[in-house]
Design a protein around this ligand. Structure first.
Ligand code: NAI
Ligand code: MG
Length: 346
């Protein structure tokens, strides 16, 4: 099955794990249908703004609240947001600049709102929270909460950078939910955009291949990744990236999962496992892309998976080897590989 996906067990596992499926189907369907309506119906969305909850961002840094050192996104109810804006002397009309994020368990709409032109410390005081840069917030949030925080930031950033039509140079106008922007001069509708990225954990059967870019924090190694070229399928992109970056030829591919990734701009990461022929594992690195790449043993990987935060750097000592933390899909790939190895070693 050279270069072809095998849609088997891992994919099934992921769909079973989906929290949406464990809820009642009708509840999920009605929430999805409600969101669909809010996206396109300006009047319905304006109504939802009156009772929804809001996640504030200060220059793209989300507002987090801690309770006994457990951090959560600090969603504010519409009435609390209004009161808070009154207290700091700001007009409540900025609420209409919010972007629709989703719908919580109770069916209430959720929005994100950039408040970078307000007084940061007054906001933090009033809300009892703190604005945290997303790169740090990721380490403070639990897995299930990170995606909504990321989505809110990505949507705000997309609106900030798509205010003009690339065909006419005229301003674009958003709908109430922020699900799109239109240039009334050219008639072009713009939708929030993501770049597809293929990410792959290559195995030779007993070791896995990880690489690092010069810009990575010291000691961090990750699965190989690369942007898909125009016209390319994900499996073509995976095979090309492994050949370009590590000089290896992939034999099999197996889908693992996907995630939205906010850095540096919005990417859509599609993650796969790959194998190479164990008799042909000589790595030759593309130095323009990677500073290093090599094979890691099961023992090395198991130890690295225990490290949950960027390790401290001790002077005069080489940096400890660590892998991306659990919010990154690279971690999922590495964890799955380690689990598979454990099974085969029993
Ligand atoms: N969530 C996760 O677990 C991981 C995410 N990533 C992300 O994957 C992405 C791709 O990985 P790289 O190895 O950097 O990609 P890459 O191997 O394709 O190299 C990046 C280069 O590709 C070019 N490029 C082509 N299309 C581009 C586009 N649409 N946007 C930006 N640059 C483009 C640029 O010259 C850029 O310097 C990165 O944004 C990285 O943050 C990488 C590893 C783990
Ligand atoms: Mg790359």
């Amino acid at each position: 099955m050279r270069g072809r996906f095998q849609w088997v067990s891992w994919k099934v596992l992921h769909s079973i794990k989906s929290p949406e499926l464990s809820r009642s189907c009708s509840g999920y369907v009605s929430r999805v249908r409600y969101l669909m309506r809010l996206k396109e119906d300006d009047e319905a969305c304006r109504e939802a703004l009156k009772s929804g909850s809001f996640l504030l961002y200060y220059n793209l840094a989300p507002l987090l609240k801690s309770n006994s050192n457990v951090y959560k996104p600090a969603f504010l109810k519409a009435s609390d947001l209004e009161n808070m804006l009154k207290k700091i002397g700001r007009d409540k009309h900025i609420v209409s600049e919010s972007v629709l994020l989703g719908c919580d368990e109770s069916g209430e709409a959720q929005f994100s709102l950039e408040v970078g032109d307000l007084d940061r410390s007054a906001l933090e005081r009033q809300c009892g929270g703190v604005f945290v840069d997303l790169t740090k917030a990721f380490f403070m949030l639990s897995g299930p909460e990170a995606p909504i925080v990321t989505k809110g930031q990505a949507l705000i950033r997309w609106h900030q950078t798509n205010g003009f039509c690339s065909a006419t140079g005229q301003p674009t106008v958003r709908n109430q939910s922020g699900s799109h922007r239109i240039c009334h001069s050219s008639g072009i509708t713009y939708y929030p955009k993501m770049s597809p990225v293929a990410i792959v954990l290559v195995s030779d059967g007993s070791r896995c291949l990880l690489g690092r870019q010069a810009t990575f924090p010291p000691g961090l190694y990750s699965a190989l990744a690369g942007f898909c070229d125009m016209g390319e399928s994900v499996d073509e992109a995976l095979r090309r990236e492994v050949a370009e970056e590590a000089g290896l030829e992939v034999e099999t591919l197996q889908y693992s999962g996907s995630q939205h990734w906010p850095f540096p701009q919005s990417s859509f990461m599609v993650a796969c496992h790959a194998t190479v022929n164990p008799n042909n594992t000589q790595v030759s690195i593309d130095k323009a892309e990677l500073e290093d790449a090599h094979w890691f043993t099961f023992k090395e990987i198991t130890e690295a998976l225990q490290i949950k935060k960027p390790p401290r750097i001790s002077k005069g000592e080489p940096p400890a080897f660590w892998v991306p933390p659990s919010f990154a899909i690279a971690n999922q790939l590495i964890q799955e590989w380690a689990n598979q190895q454990q099974l085969t070693r029993k």
